[in-house]
Design a binder for this molecule. Sequence first.
Ligand code: GLA
Length: 351
Amino acid sequence: MVKESFGTDGRDNPVELFTLSNGNGTKVKISTLGATVVSFLFLDKTGTLRDVVLGYDSAEDYLKNNGLYFGASVGRCANRISNAKVTIDGVEYALEANSGSNNLHSGSNGISYKIWEVEHIDEEANCLALKIVSADLEQGFPGNMTIRAIFTLTEEDALHIEYQAVSDKTTIANFTNHSYFNLAGHDSGNISGQKLKLYAKAFTPLAPKDSIPTGEICSVEGTPFDFTDFKEIGRDIEATDKQITYARGYDHNFVLENQGELKLMAEAECEETGIHLYAYTDRPGVQLYTGNFIHGHMGKQGAFYGERHGFCLESQYYPDAFRHPDFQKPLILAGEAYKAHTVFRLKLKED
Ligand code: GLA
């Protein structure tokens, strides 16, 4: 595993970049800042190495653009918590209101932009385990929590991402990886022409304001949210459907049917490069986010990134679960082990 310097966290603490590579020439780069997937390089159908995730060239650039969560590990609670308040065991905890009056991705000063420690490297298994300790009431959440992000690249070009957490108090655990995929290459612009299939027959609609779920679970049938068969991501993205206009595109949680087992959540493909993505998770939901709020700016190697230049498949518990009786709660008891497993596998499409 190659280790390089990736800059600092702005306080002179060094950030490192690790490269996992397999025998096919596939490479995954992980930064210790935010346990972040910086690059996912794969040979396309013409033999060109394509980097299919958005990112930056240094830790400093990640810190500068910290509202976008490119490739980051997000937690302790991914997605939104309304009114930035949560009650656990009868005690109300105040969180940071960093998205209107709500909490998004646990606040602006979370694990996504902190340095994780290298806990373990297994060269043979091509595996990197990172760890971070989050103190009691850090970001407002109860319990001292030890969090691990374990990245493994297989010979089948699958990137396994496993999150593990344990706390000394009953608390929230809901971690996700926030990679933005562009299967034509990170520097190739709009993803609207790429095709997507989701293994979800239902989604959780949003209230008109602030992207908070209403609590309903609605069928995707006959709506722009129907990705049960491959469809161009952009086909219905300009629809006048209210749900689409609330989020300026897709930024919605889809209901998966995996019953807690690792199963396909999504597939995506790009015709020009022939790159096909298979995404698996054991989580109950996935947020499809189509990069609706990426402001035009510079990314890796001078690439221009703008609106809809990447799509995210954020495996998770449903957003704002504490307010909705039908949504499974992302809670763990003191001492209980939290584990979440998500896989992103790349493959060339067979013609
Ligand atoms: C998630 C949210 C989006 C946006 C991005 C980060 O996907 O659902 O609304 O906040 O993260 O920019």
